[in-house]
Design a protein around this ligand. Structure first.
Ligand code: FAD
Length: 367
């Protein structure tokens, strides 16, 4: 988010300083994510963010002169409960109205898309051929490099430790290496956004939740393309990654925390569910594993725009498991909001104020 916002502002000749506490970029949620990009959301505003973002990812090589390994081999949700099927049918109709070619597939058709998957209990699939996967590090570094060329200063190992206010306005950002006078700050601190909000006296309801990723060595039945398969009702998912597969699953019983070490016992639970759905996984060995943090809001939608109680304090956070795919367009939207231009997508439904006003509409398609 930070790199995309910096690039989109620098493109408009705005002077930006990107402050990153770590010695490298993309060590937070972005560098640990699964790379999925999809249109299949239940909230139309999220579908609009995806349409605009995926368009930008398709043009990335031309615009940013950087390869991002984008494969649009589709996302396939496997649906096993009648209630979920009704929900996906409704979402598909809404997506189709926005020109997204999502299809509800009968079980016979699913077998044409992916082999060796156990479809015994599956009622139908929700499939969009324009969804896919891309490289999160490539996208981040592509934006960072271009932002630097356009004059952005990227200050690594420079933690933000405070935000100084003068009355009802921002006066400066306090960092480990001194103060930077500014009237405008964007909080794009991902899972750590609540702490940065607190520095400015703004309550940001974003909480961290650990999520695991496991990558296998190659095995005979590895899918031929990069189709992203999600067993919706268990949240188990996988897609091809290199010679093996990348897989993950959420743990609804795990409380919010900043722990990001791998819990190897959780692999047993992922494997049990995974082998039931994709039996060849029983022959696969694990090559790598890591854990990262989702940055989750109460309604699983992002928080975008200026905080009404503190002019100049902008938020781009709370993406609740789908921020990588929305980074490209969010950079442009935040730049437009800062420059007081009308953004291409109405972001008012993503304002911080919605929580106080109880005007929330939860996103249902989260894993
Ligand atoms: C396992 C996993 C799988 C995921 N899969 C997907 C997926 O398939 N598709 C998808 O779209 N999304 C996915 N996500 C979600 C996605 O990764 C995030 O929504 C997105 O990366 C958030 O980007 P960000 O820039 O806001 O946060 P981050 O990438 O976490 O960046 C925030 C940065 O702020 C820095 N920072 C924090 N506090 C300070 C401070 N005080 N001073 C200076 N710097 C600070 C951090 O060091 C960090 O580098 C996944 C997430 C995880 C964990």
């Amino acid at each position: 988010m930070g790199c995309s916002i910096a690039y989109h502002l620098a493109r408009q000749n705005v002077r930006v300083i990107l402050l990153e506490r770590e010695p490298r970029l993309a060590t937070g949620a972005t560098g640990r994510c699964s790379g999925g990009v999809r249109h299949q959301f239940s909230n139309p505003a999220n579908v609009q963010l995806s349409i605009a973002s995926i368009r930008k990812l398709k043009n990335f090589a031309d615009e940013l002169d950087c390869e991002i390994d984008l494969h649009q081999d589709g996302y396939l949700f496997l649906i096993t409960r009648a209630e979920s099927l009704a929900h996906f049918r409704k979402s598909a109709a809404m997506q189709n109205a926005l020109d997204v070619p999502t299809e509800i597939l009968p079980v016979e058709k699913i077998g044409e898309l992916v082999e060796h998957v156990n479809l015994g209990d599956v009622l139908a699939g929700s499939y969009c051929r324009e969804d896919g996967v891309a490289d999160p590090n490539g996208v981040t570094l592509g934006y960072a490099r271009k932002a630097r060329q356009l004059g952005t200063e990227i200050a690594l190992e420079n933690e933000v430790i405070g935000i100084r206010r003068e009355g009802s306005r921002i006066a400066a950002v306090c960092t480990r290496s001194g103060e930077i006078a500014t009237r405008v700050v964007v909080n794009a601190a991902g899972p750590w956004s609540a702490a940065v909000g607190e520095m400015a006296g703004v309550e940001v309801p974003v909480r961290p939740y650990r999520r695991h990723v496991f990558i296998t060595h190659g095995f005979a039945e590895v899918p031929r393309n990069h189709l992203f398969v999600i067993d919706f009702d268990t949240t188990f998912y996988f897609h091809r990654e290199g010679e093996g597969v990348l897989m993950g699953m959420s743990d609804p019983d795990e409380p919010s925390s900043f722990r990001d070490a791998v819990d190897w016992e959780f692999l047993d639970r992922v494997t049990e569910v995974g082998v039931r759905r994709f039996p060849p996984l029983a022959n696969a060995s694990i090559r790598r594993a890591w854990a990262g943090l989702y940055e989750v809001t109460p309604d699983a939608n992002p928080i975008l725009g200026e905080a009404s109680q503190l002019p100049g304090f902008f938020l781009a956070t709370g993406f609740s498991g789908h921020g990588f795919m929305h980074g490209p367009v969010v950079g442009e939207l935040i730049a437009d909001l800062i420059l007081r231009r009308r953004p291409q997508i109405d972001t008012s439904g993503f304002s911080l104020d919605r929580f106080a006003q109880s005007k929330t509409r939860s996103e249902a398609n989260v894993v």
